[in-house]
Design a protein around this ligand. Structure first.
Ligand code: GLY
Ligand code: MN
Length: 416
């Protein structure tokens, strides 16, 4: 568990970014229906969790400042409900909510509308911020959007803006607790990977390999992976987000495994490409060495001060040179036949953690570095992905314990 002190520090950092009087509202996400009366498992709002340590549906964090006075905060949570407890289990008590979040003023949901009304009509507050993220453009218009729209209809003269980018700008720099959790998630991923890789043999189904990974994670109490694992043999690995994972693996094929366990909602995201037989062919080794070379170069280029997209562009140029030198392509533009995605992304509470585009790379950020080489003609897809903490003078590979090179992988697979 991350201590409530850390969550309180994050809320203070958000307050530091605010000017004048305001009211910030950060809602939990809500469960989505499948069909009939089925529901997808609840996915907690990462922004709410980041600020409070609360991952319970229906919770609402409210932070406000009036007339330049001291910043205040409260948290609305669901009250105990006997029928709900009989069907689904208990909810947090007020005491537990305080213990997790460090917020002393805990209230029951349902009262927030009256509170907003008081802020507007009695205190004359006219600036509200909502966690708009995924409410409209990029996600389905969910409960949070209708929440904001209802507010705007009720208070047409009041400014309602997004707080999401301010929260993301804080989330981009990881604190020590977050780095620790990502490392724990990586270690769990490694355990699952090694257990599954040692059982790998021709004829094994991709699904069975995936089940071996997840079994290790479940044994440590993590029921949800950071994202659906990509377990792709042969040419299926040329499809970047192949998740069918339903084909038998053959001797001589490579198997691309892109996967990540979570710890306290912190994600890992690691890709390894391994030989189904336990031994790489000379050609497979040659391509693995090329991808490792560009990965090392991308790590060298991942330095504070440049923008994420500038890093991506620099890596692409370096990759073109490496591919030409190694005789894989003749003209730079041919690279897009073999490499067709970005070099990496922020990692944290989300697998693809948000990037506020105009904030430069800085120490404390965690990125994946995941170059690949994909050739449908050769029936090969290779990707090697590690989780990297940016430092002042050098970066730290948080997944350094994971076997990565052909020699390390062959030795690990042979040590059954
Ligand atoms: N590791 C694959 C992805 O991040 O999309
Ligand atoms: Mn990734």
């Amino acid at each position: 568990m991350i201590s409530s002190v850390a969550f309180a520090e994050r809320r203070s950092a958000l307050v530091e970014l605010m000017e004048g009087d305001y009211c910030i509202v950060v809602n939990a996400s809500s469960s989505k229906p499948t069909s009939a009366d089925g529901m997808y498992p609840y996915t907690p709002s990462r922004n709410l969790y980041y600020l409070t340590g609360i991952d319970q549906e229906n919770s609402v964090l409210v932070m406000w400042r009036l007339k330049g006075r001291e910043a205040k905060e409260c948290l609305y949570i669901s009250p105990y409900d006997e029928a709900y407890a009989k069907w689904y289990g208990t909810v947090l008590t007020k005491e537990q909510a305080t213990e997790n979040s460090g917020i002393s003023d805990i209230r029951f949901v349902g009262g927030e509308d009256k509170f907003f009304d008081k802020l507007v009509s009695r205190e004359r507050l006219n600036k509200f911020y909502f966690d708009w993220h995924n409410c409209g453009l990029r996600g389905s218009p969910g409960k949070r959007l209708s929440y904001v729209n209802t507010f705007k209809t009720a208070y047409p003269g009041i400014q309602a803006e997004s707080i999401s980018d301010k929260i993301f700008s804080l989330r981009m720099i990881k604190d020590v607790h977050e780095i620790e959790k990502i490392k724990e998630a990586v270690e769990l991923t490694r355990k699952g990977f090694e257990a599954a890789a040692k059982k790998l043999e021709p004829g094994m189904n991709e699904r069975e390999f995936e089940a071996e990974l997840i079994y290790e994670w479940a044994k440590e109490g993590e029921k949800t992976p950071a994202f659906p694992a990509i377990v792709a043999g042969g040419s299926r690995a040329t499809c970047l987000h192949y998740v069918s994972n339903d084909t038998d693996l053959s001797d001589g094929e490579l198997l691309l495994v892109d996967h990540g366990a979570m710890k306290n909602l912190y994600c890992s995201d690691i890709t390894r490409t391994i030989p189904v037989s336990g031994k790489y062919t000379a050609r497979q080794r040659e391509l693995m060495e090329m991808v490792l070379e560009i990965q090392a170069k991308a790590n060298e280029l991942l330095r504070p001060g440049k923008l994420h997209r500038e890093w991506n562009d620099e890596v692409l140029e370096a990759y073109k040179e490496i591919m030409i030198r190694r005789g894989e392509i003749k003209e730079p533009e041919e690279i897009s036949n073999f490499y067709y995605h970005g070099i990496g992304h922020h990692l944290g509470l989300d697998t693809h953690d948000e990037n506020v585009a105009d904030i430069p790379i800085a120490p404390g950020m965690v990125f994946t570095i995941e170059p690949g080489f994909y050739s449908a003609e050769e029936g090969i897809g290779i990707r090697i992905e590690d989780d990297i903490l940016v430092g002042e003078t050098e970066n730290t590979n948080l997944s350094a314990n994971f076997p990565r090179t052909p020699d390390e992988i062959e030795a690990m697979m042979a040590s059954k």
